[in-house]
Write a protein that binds this ligand. Structure first.
Ligand SMILES: [Zn+2]
Length: 66
């Protein structure tokens, strides 16, 4: 019996995001499973909080890749 598999190639679930700071509009790249606090490079607003696994993103997601 052949079982069909959805994923032929195992891919990591982690991704990179472009996020936009809601305060100053600065766009920067972050990791979906960031383990550190990520602040806006320009104004210093907290954008990403670590939460064990997937990070909590507190900014507008522009696009994702990776
Ligand atoms: Zn900012």
């Amino acid at each position: 019996m052949v079982k069909k598999r959805k994923e032929l190639v195992p891919m990591p679930k982690s991704k990179f995001f472009y996020i936009r700071c809601p305060d100053c509009g600065n766009t920067q790249i972050t990791f979906s499973h960031a383990s550190t606090y990520v602040h806006c490079f320009v104004c210093g607003r907290l954008l990403v909080r670590p939460s064990g696994g997937k990070a909590k993103i507190d900014a507008k997601k522009v696009s994702e890749f990776g």
